[in-house]
Design a protein around this ligand. Structure first.
Ligand SMILES: [Zn+2]
Length: 272
């Protein structure tokens, strides 16, 4: 090496008061000259370097958002909300795939029974109930500890995730309903029961039982009620008749009031 960077150039470079051309020239020289690299590093503030290095590591180590999360942000949902939704177990591809397969099975069963919509109508309302049950809780939610520390903890988080799960379930079940044989009122007869059972399971879990247990109870009561109504009225679809639909609407309203009144029970760390 026949020349070395002047002290004034190195000082200007370290302090950041140097023009781009001179900086580029010095950096090219530094690549090949150990003595000047030593001169530069001797002048650099180590705490500033640590800060830069921490920033680099933070950027490299930060997990990249998934496809779903990026899509949510793109349609205008806030980044923190998108992360909360993307980490909801019941909104993951594996769960949605299982739901789609189950709905498909019920449609095939309805077709195999000569157009009887009962298998589909009984099963579709349970889809959001199961989804909401696995949308919360320590054993299931990978972001459980994280959600405890967010300002959007507890009740708001429960509402956001339940609404997202319910909306997704309705879209999936609605698509499956299109494949039902002999379409008619049976294509939508599952909607009010679905809403009613979902809110009922939330109301049940507000009493302190785990969301999965609440969903199990609601599901068992639902299947029993459908079978019992069919037997008592001697009509297979009695549980979906207009009178029953009105009862589902009233029950959904009542359960919503219970959830609203007991909202603080969703804020307890042990529960969410
Ligand atoms: Zn040099």
């Amino acid at each position: 090496m026949t020349w070395h960077a002047q002290d004034s150039i190195i000082a200007a470079y370290v302090s950041g008061r140097i023009d781009d051309a001179a900086a580029a020239s010095l950096e090219t020289h530094l690549l090949a000259c150990e003595a000047c690299r030593g001169a530069v590093s001797g002048r650099v503030d180590p705490t500033a370097m640590d800060r830069v290095w921490a920033g680099v590591r933070e950027t490299i180590d930060r997990p990249a958002p998934g496809l779903g999360e990026r899509a949510l942000v793109r349609v205008g949902i806030r980044e923190d909300l998108a992360r909360l939704l993307a980490t909801t177990p019941a909104l993951r591809a594996s769960w949605l795939g299982a739901v789609a397969a189950t709905l498909l099975f019920s449609v095939v069963a309805s077709r195999a029974l000569g157009g009887d919509p009962l298998p589909f109508l009984s099963l579709a309302p349970l889809v959001p109930v199961a989804g909401v049950a696995i949308a919360f809780g320590r054993p299931i939610d990978p972001a459980w500890e994280l959600t405890l520390s967010t300002p959007t903890g507890g009740f708001s988080l429960m509402l956001i995730r339940s609404a997202a799960v319910l909306a997704t379930s309705v879209v999936l079940a609605g698509a499956a309903a299109l494949a039902l044989p002999g379409a008619g009122w049976s294509m939508v007869a599952w909607l009010l029961p679905a809403l009613c059972l979902t809110v009922l399971s939330l109301a049940a879990s507000s009493t302190g039982v785990a969301t999965t247990v609440a969903a199990g109870i609601v599901g068992t009561v639902w299947v029993t009620a459908v079978l019992l109504a069919a037997r008592l009225a001697d009509e297979p679809l009695a549980a979906f008749a207009p009178g029953a639909q009105a009862a589902f609407a009233a029950l959904a309203l009542l359960a919503s009031i219970v959830v609203a009144v007991r909202h603080t029970s969703f804020e307890r760390p042990a529960r969410i």
